[in-house]
Design a protein around this ligand. Structure first.
Ligand SMILES: Cc1cc2nc3c(=O)[nH]c(=O)nc-3n(C[C@H](O)[C@H](O)[C@H](O)COP(=O)(O)O)c2cc1C
Length: 170
């Protein structure tokens, strides 16, 4: 709902303020029309519902990779470990030709999506719903499989534009 008395939010300030909210980082992977591996770095992935199990993320409407994955109806969220900064940036750079996977030996998840080596955990989903919200779509996935795969490194955290780790001393 818009309110004429509310001053507009500057997009740089918006980004900077949200940069103070730490997020985890996943690479959402799937397959393209020729079975090619595809993936996108995503910081907005979150659990939504336990019963039924749902998880989702927000994808920019300008994404070139997501429509290709969505057309196949399934994806896997690969939770990055703190030492995978190179992958975080690589899958955020422009590329729709599968080159994001060059030199990476992937396994297959339960739904056939690529599993990245070193991923802390994977969450397999089928696309249940997509809702357009401003310049992003909310993608809701029905969770079909969950697996912790690698606990030798802490998970990655993204904070103020930089990667770090989620180690919490106890
Ligand atoms: C840490 C991090 C988190 C990101 N989170 C998101 C996100 O939640 N949603 C989104 O649409 N883009 C996100 N991005 C940006 C996409 O990875 C980037 O726009 C990518 O180039 C999209 O690729 P595509 O056009 O091939 O789909 C993120 C990037 C980084 C580095």
């Amino acid at each position: 709902m818009s309110n004429a008395a509310t001053p507009p939010i500057d997009s740089k300030v918006f980004r900077s303020v949200f940069g103070h909210l730490p997020t985890g980082v996943v690479i959402v992977t799937g397959k393209g029309p020729s079975d090619e591996p595809l993936g996108i770095t995503i910081g907005s992935f979150a659990s939504i519902s336990l019963d039924p199990p749902l998880a989702g993320f927000f994808i920019g409407r300008a994404s070139r990779t997501w429509p290709l994955i969505a057309a196949r109806g399934a994806f896997t969220a690969n939770v990055l470990n703190a030492e995978q900064a190179e992958l975080c940036w690589r899958f955020a750079k422009d590329a729709t030709d599968g080159s994001r996977f060059s030199g990476i030996q992937v396994a297959a998840s339960g739904n056939g999506s690529p599993v990245l080596p070193g991923a802390v955990a994977t969450i397999d989903c089928t696309v249940q719903a997509t809702h357009t919200l401003g310049d992003h779509d909310l993608v809701v996935g029905a969770v079909t499989g969950v697996q912790v795969r690698n606990t030798s490194q802490p998970s990655m955290v993204f904070y103020k534009g930089k990667t770090g780790d989620a180690r919490i001393e106890s």
